[in-house]
Design a binder for this molecule. Sequence first.
Ligand code: GDP
Ligand code: IMO
Ligand code: MG
Length: 425
Amino acid sequence: MPVTVIVGAQWGDEGKAKVIDLLSKEHGYVVRYQGGHNAGHTVVVGDERYALQLVPSGILYDHVVPVIANGVVVDMPTLFHEIDTLERRGIGCERLVVSSHAHLIFPWHQAWDALHEQDRGDAKIGTTLKGIGPAYADKARRVGIRAGEVLDPVAFADTVRSRAEAESRSLVAAGGEPLDVDDVVARSTELAARLAPHVGDTVNLLHDALAAGQHLLLEGAQATFLDLDHGTYPYVTSSNPTAGGACAGTGLGPRDIDRVVGITKAYTTRVGAGPFPTELLDADGDRLVEIGREFGTVTGRRRRPGWIDCVMLRHAVRLNSLTELALTKLDVLDSFDTVKVCVGYRVDGRRLSGYPDRVELLAQVEPEYVELPGWGRELRSMRRPSELPSAARAFVQLVEAEVGVPIGVVGVGAERDDYLHWAAS
Ligand code: GDP
Ligand code: IMO
Ligand code: MG
């Protein structure tokens, strides 16, 4: 399959990076298409743990060309910190290509993110405070600064200075702190010089690669229900993680995409505010957090835990044209006596036929569960579906039947090789 999209089917942190790492073996290009350093993508290789925010997860393979495409917003300090860290660990990043159309994040975006969150008070979104929303807002109001602009250092410095001066004034007027404009200009121009050799025309690069028979893996960040249009607005991110966003975010056309893999945990988590029908506020939830190590890679925040929700996964199939699912972290449920799968939503006793279109309605739904016996065994070393205890197989079969698309891989541990091919069952 020449072009595959990997998309989170829940609210993020589903284990996308591990699946990307697994599929990278068969792909020449791994391409981030949206989001920015709000993402935290973890790959565990033996004793080494790589937590990536901006650099595509395929970087760990020498044969992969990692691409940051036009739909991404790029924070240069984070990018180069990440590159330096990877290079110290022996992973070369010279091959990284950044689209000339990708927008850059500046310190004023982070300042606005914090100020907006503060102004929202109790209604805050719980953003990562990385400046993602304000950077996309600037893109939409056509005042953003793009990566291609670093190729003219003098004009770039002038633009950054005038934008920083204007933003500093606006921040002060809104009750925030002024920016140290000289410092912002100095740091940005220094990093811009480092970015310049990476900047390229990624649209033609990707189309030419495809024409030459290369396989491309498009790495979604965030997830379907954090999508600006289709997620639980306003408790969403400011980009389109859904598969359609992979076209806008790379310049590939819809007909170029062959395969769309939705990633879901065997349960659900969410970071930040917003409705969450299957949320567990009890001891089971604490156990999911503890066993699944559900703390954010980027912010360290405790993730909110809950049971797996097939109503949202069915909607994710529609929104993304999912061709298959990857089910991760099945091993986290190993020690539960019983496990639950949400198969429907009810409001006032009435079953809803589809995913609610309003967050107010989503906040009211009562999940309808099927409860299954647990399996009480450690799955981590299992590599074939036939090795799984029958109760674990029944769980995967129920999810597959409820969601209605085939499950490809099942994750049974955090390490690179801790998975099995369910499709082989
Ligand atoms: P992403 O943002 O979707 O790439 O996911 P994160 O990296 O933020 O979070 C997923 C976490 O689960 C990481 O710490 C992974 O190492 C870990 N992980 C991925 N797959 C599995 C699995 O099948 N079992 C276990 N126990 N951990 C997994
Ligand atoms: P990965 O790629 C989980 C959440 C934030 C917040 C909302 C908006 O690792 O799955 P933002 O800073 O984007 O404006 O915050 O989105 N969020 C994520 N949650 N995983 C992520 O990325 C996330 N990126 C943003 O917690 O609720
Ligand atoms: Mg993550």
